[in-house]
Ligand binder design. Structure first.
Ligand code: C2E
Ligand code: MG
Ligand code: MG
Ligand code: MG
Length: 291
């Protein structure tokens, strides 16, 4: 309301409704955090074609008593805005690390090597994030190399302490994954300034990977870049066996998507089906977890 003209901005009922909607969601989120309505689910990242679950991505869920399941795409931005993401994010991180430490203890070598946790811009921008992570690792007893944090290009560019924090995390031994890679404004430029261990190639490049054309060319270029730079590539959003095989042809060895598993509260660490035509390993899955 400081600049002339802005004070007289017309009342927009749609905007108003959106902001009261956000305010209500924000208030309910506070209650949700205090009454245990949030949950963390885990989506396997599969070593292909062997089928071993190499890692899991932690994804938050909100089971709202009236609204039902609310998507993180809806409430994470609101939590970013009202600052609750700091507390919620720490809770997600603690839950995922505790869970991973338990899997390591219970399953030993058949546990996944890594849990990957999404971190948002506001968590990364503040000064205390690396300390929070170090504290949570100490508290849960999870060795740092079993944790990766997933950041997006936008969250890194939002500035503050973000780049410093990433260097600090890496010094602790935590890995950095660049999420939704290729969809931002200067993804390649970012690789020159930010320490990245894992490149998560966005679903949009996976969708048409079986067809000759732009998307498969980009998917191929991205695996080459990641290999040359000593990073690990993960292909996101793999929905069909044909896509998995096409990605394998290009040199991808880590795949994630509904073709292998949806995010689950209790993922199965047995082997996943591998090829289109041949024998699947469903029997092995059954043997891996009797009962
Ligand atoms: P993301 O980190 O890129 O996560 C991948 C999203 O794609 C997840 O949606 C996942 O369920 C979905 N997905 C996985 N495989 C497939 C597939 O084969 N096909 C399709 N169509 N979708 C697939 P989700 O869980 O709804 O999360 C959406 C976004 O919300 C995430 O995108 C991430 O940006 C954010 N998010 C989720 N959990 C958290 C969290 O714990 N913290 C923060 N800060 N953000 C989170
Ligand atoms: Mg992610
Ligand atoms: Mg992603
Ligand atoms: Mg994505």
């Amino acid at each position: 309301a400081k600049r002339a003209g802005q004070a007289y901005r017309r009342w927009d009922p749609a905007l108003d409704e959106q902001s009261t909607g956000h305010a209500r969601l924000g208030a309910e989120m506070r209650i949700a955090l205090d009454t245990g309505q949030f949950q963390v689910v885990y989506q396997p990242i599969v070593a292909y074609p062997e089928g071993r679950v190499a890692a899991v991505e932690a994804l938050v869920r909100w089971e709202h008593p009236q609204r039902g399941t609310v998507s993180p795409a809806q409430f994470v931005p609101v939590a970013e805005q009202n600052g609750l993401i700091i507390e919620l994010g720490a809770w997600i991180l603690r839950t995922a690390c505790r869970r991973m430490a338990r899997w390591r203890a219970e399953l030993g070598g058949s546990a996944p090597d890594k849990v990957s946790v999404n971190v948002s811009a506001r968590q990364l921008a503040g000064p205390g994030f690396a300390t929070t992570v170090a504290d949570i690792l100490a508290e849960t007893g999870l060795p740092p190399h079993h944790l990766a944090v997933e950041v997006t290009e936008t969250s890194v560019f939002e500035g503050g302490q973000a780049v410093t924090t990433l260097h600090e995390l890496r010094k602790i031994g935590v890995q950095i994954a660049l999420d939704d890679f290729g969809t931002g404004h200067s993804s390649l430029g970012l690789l020159q300034t930010v320490p990245v261990d894992i490149l998560k190639v966005d679903k949009s490049f996976v969708d048409n990977v079986t067809e000759a054309g732009r998307h498969s060319v980009i998917a191929e270029a991205l695996i080459q870049i990641s290999t040359e730079l000593g990073m690990t590539a993960v292909a996101e959003g793999v929905e069909t066996a044909e896509q998995a095989d096409a990605l394998h042809q290009l040199g991808y060895t880590l795949l994630q998507g509904y073709h292998f598993s949806r995010p689950l509260a209790e993922p199965d660490f047995g082997r996943r089906p591998t090829t289109t035509g041949g024998m699947t390993t469903a029997a092995v899955v059954g043997q891996a977890h009797p009962g």
